[in-house]
Design a protein around this ligand. Structure first.
Ligand SMILES: Cc1cc2nc3c(=O)[nH]c(=O)nc-3n(C[C@H](O)[C@H](O)[C@H](O)COP(=O)(O)O)c2cc1C
Length: 227
């Protein structure tokens, strides 16, 4: 096996950005299995490995997407089981969130007041952005913040492992707005917590949405050196 070069690993990490348009090309099950197995080497408090994931493709993926979109179309209010952000974001986080949202819509040529186009974009989430594979990540019902940390490590491993194979992904909190429907549909115990979905597939390199890369704050904004 050739030696992994540190700069290649850092380049891979830095090149991970959300993929929201996919090619009509299947992702092989052995590839997904290898990535998920490697991802489970993520750290977790006392090695509890609290993560669980449902892996959907084909009819299973389509049937869940159809139910999610139907709920969206009927105006069923999203009821996620945990908050993804404080209900009122403070600065600088609010500004970053605003800039990223506005930046994406500007990039796509969607006007600020074009409610229909914005709603259509939101709805695409519930079709997993057309990805051939959808992952649903869930935790035990008694999960605590540390459990979510462990799942976050697992999630990032999955995304980087996929990327190493040229497969793109987008984590999706929006889908977790319909936990009862998802758990009933997939036979997941009612008390479990649906944390997020992930759209997975080979990126459509021509799609403008995949070329949007939100800015990152500079190192000095978040690293305080005692050196
Ligand atoms: C927990 C989590 C949930 C997210 N939920 C969504 C989502 O529902 N829909 C979406 O399009 N992107 C979602 N994202 C992607 C973020 O919008 C994205 O990571 C962020 O804007 C930075 O962009 P990048 O991933 O392209 O670097 C989510 C990311 C995380 C970590």
């Amino acid at each position: 096996m050739s030696k992994t070069r540190p700069e290649d690993v850092l380049r891979l990490i830095a090149s991970r950005h959300s993929t929201r348009a996919f090619r009509d090309r299947p992702v092989p099950r052995p590839l997904l299995a290898a990535v998920l197995a490697a991802a489970a080497n993520a750290p977790s408090s006392r090695n509890t490995q609290p993560w669980a994931v449902a892996v959907l493709r084909g009819e299973a993926r389509d049937a869940l997407a159809a139910r999610l979109q139907d709920a969206f179309d009927r105006g069923v209010p999203p009821e996620p089981q945990f908050l993804n952000n404080p209900s009122s974001l403070s600065e600088p986080f609010a500004g970053r969130a605003r800039a990223t949202g506005a930046g994406l819509f500007d990039h796509l040529g969607i006007a600020r007041d074009d409610g229909a186009a914005r709603r259509a974009h939101l709805r695409r989430n519930l079709d997993f952005y057309g990805a051939p594979v959808a992952l649903i990540f869930h935790l035990p019902g008694d999960a605590v913040p540390g459990s979510f940390l462990a799942l976050g490590c697992f999630l990032q491993n999955v995304m980087l492992g996929l990327l190493a194979h040229g497969v793109g992904s987008c984590p999706q909190y929006s889908v977790a707005g319909y936990p009862a429907l998802i758990k009933e549909h997939l036979g997941i115990d009612a008390e479990r917590i649906v944390v997020c979905a992930m759209a997975v597939g080979y990126p459509d390199g021509d799609a403008p949405i995949n070329r949007y890369v939100p800015e990152r704050a500079p190192l000095d904004d978040y690293a305080d050196w005692w050196w």
